[in-house]
Design a protein around this ligand. Structure first.
Ligand SMILES: NC(=O)c1ccc[n+]([C@@H]2O[C@H](COP(=O)([O-])OP(=O)(O)OC[C@H]3O[C@@H](n4cnc5c(N)ncnc54)[C@H](OP(=O)(O)O)[C@@H]3O)[C@@H](O)[C@H]2O)c1
Length: 266
C-alpha cells in the first residue's frame, strides 16, 4: 500500500488496534496523528513507532469529547496541511450489566465515545478537508453487534449505532468520501483481556482459524479499506474474526459432503 503525501487521524492510537493501524499507515508513507487520553501511553507509542520526522504527532484528548476530537482534526490539518484518512478506533467497553439496571450516566458516556465522538470527528474532517478534497473513513465496530453478549448491552447497542452511522455517512458523503466499518472478533488487546486471558487455548480451539486475533489482523483490514485499493467499497462492514461468526451461525449438524441432513437434532 503506498500512501505517501497523505495524512491520517487515528483515535485510540496509543496501543492495541489503533497503534497497529498507526504503524501500518506510517510504513505506507502516510503522516499520522494518534490521539488517546493517557499521555504516558502516547509517549510510549511514539517511542515504539520510531522516528518519523515530520510525519508523526500525538495529542492527548478524549474521543468522546467533541472539542477534543475537533482539536485533533485541526492539529492534523495545521501540522500536515491535509486530512485524507480518519480512523474512529477508540472505544468505550464497560460491561455495565443488564440494560434495565445499568447506570444511565455510564450509558451516555459509552455513547459519547462510540457514537458522538466519531460523528464529531468526521464532521470536522469533512469541513476542514474532505468536502473539497475527498478522503476515506473507517470506524471500528465489533463482531458483537451480530449477536448478544451478556452484560454488553451498552457497548453493543452503541457499536450497532456506530455501524448504522457508518452506513448513513457512506450514503451522504459519496462520491467524495468512502466510509466503511471493520468489525473485529476477539483480539488479544488490553480492552479484551478479561475475555481471553482465562482460556485463550479454548477460545482459539473454538475459532475456525484456530487462534485469537492480533492487532495487526485488524490493522490490515482498516488500512486496506482506507486505501485506493478499496476505491469501489463504501458502506461495508468487514468482519475480521477468524471465522467465529460463521461458526456461531452453524447448524448443530451441518450438511456433509456425504449428504448429512443439515437439520438441527431434536
Ligand atoms: N480487542 C477486541 O477484542 C475488540 C473486539 C471488537 C472491537 N474492538 C474495538 O476495537 C477498538 C480498539 O480496541 P483495542 O482492543 O485496541 O483496545 P485497547 O488495546 O484497550 O486500546 C484502546 C486505545 O484507545 C484509547 N482510548 C480508550 N478510550 C478512549 C477515549 N475515551 N478517548 C481517547 N482514547 C481512548 C486507549 O488509550 P487511553 O486509555 O490512554 O485513552 C488506547 O490507545 C475499540 O473501539 C474496541 O471496541 C476490540
Amino acid at each position: 500500500m503506498r500512501m505517501e503525501g497523505t495524512a491520517a487521524v487515528v483515535t485510540g492510537g496509543s496501543r492495541g488496534i489503533g497503534l497497529a493501524v498507526a504503524r501500518e499507515l506510517l510504513d505506507a508513507g502516510a503522516s499520522v496523528l494518534i490521539g488517546a487520553r493517557g499521555k504516558d501511553g502516547l509517549e510510549q507509542a511514539l517511542a515504539s513507532l520510531g522516528p518519523a520526522p515530520g510525519r508523526l504527532i500525538a495529542a492527548a484528548g478524549d474521543a468522546g469529547d467533541e472539542v477534543d476530537v475537533r482539536r485533533w482534526a485541526g492539529l492534523a490539518l495545521e501540522t500536515f496541511g491535509r486530512l485524507d484518512f480518519v480512523v474512529c478506533n477508540a472505544g468505550a467497553n464497560h460491561p455495565l450489566g443488564p440494560a434495565v439496571t445499568s447506570d444511565p450516566t455510564a450509558w451516555r458516556d459509552t455513547f459519547a465515545v462510540n457514537v458522538h465522538g466519531p460523528l464529531a470527528l468526521v464532521r470536522a474532517a469533512w469541513e476542514g478537508w474532505m468536502r473539497e478534497h475527498g478522503g476515506s473513513v473507517v470506524t471500528v465496530v465489533t463482531e458483537g453487534v451480530h449477536g448478544v453478549g451478556p452484560g454488553l448491552a451498552a457497548y453493543e447497542t452503541s457499536k450497532a449505532a456506530l455501524l448504522q452511522l457508518t452506513k448513513h455517512l457512506a450514503a451522504e458523503l459519496a462520491p467524495r468520501v468512502r466510509v466503511n466499518a471493520v468489525s473485529p472478533g476477539l483480539v488479544r488487546t488490553e480492552l479484551a483481556r478479561f475475555w481471553w486471558e482465562r482460556d485463550e487455548a479454548g477460545l482459539a480451539a473454538g475459532t475456525p482459524l484456530r487462534r485469537l486475533g492480533e492487532p495487526e489482523d485488524i490493522a490490515h483490514a482498516v488500512v486496506w479499506l482506507l486505501s485506493d485499493e478499496a476505491a469501489w467499497v463504501t458502506g461495508a462492514d468487514l468482519l475480521v474474526d477468524g471465522g467465529r461468526r460463521v461458526r456461531a451461525g452453524m447448524l448443530a449438524s451441518p450438511p456433509t459432503p456425504e449428504g448429512g441432513s443439515g437439520r438441527r437434532p431434536d
